[in-house]
Write a protein that binds this ligand. Sequence first.
Ligand SMILES: [Zn+2]
Length: 72
Amino acid sequence: MPKTSRMTSTKPIVIDESGCAHYWQIQSPSGSTSGGVCKRCGETRSFFNSAQALAEARAAAELAAAEVAANA
Ligand SMILES: [Zn+2]
């Protein structure tokens, strides 16, 4: 299967459970993330500006999940 370079960092298009093939318009970076607004449905989302920022956010999310599990 051929590997093509993925140029999705600026305009990632993902169909989610809402049924919208979001068309993200990425705004100016703010800190480690950039705000994105779907031009089709108006949904907002934060996009990470770097792999490091993404890794840090994932680590924080895992920590939060672990805390929730511990409290359950
Ligand atoms: Zn959308």
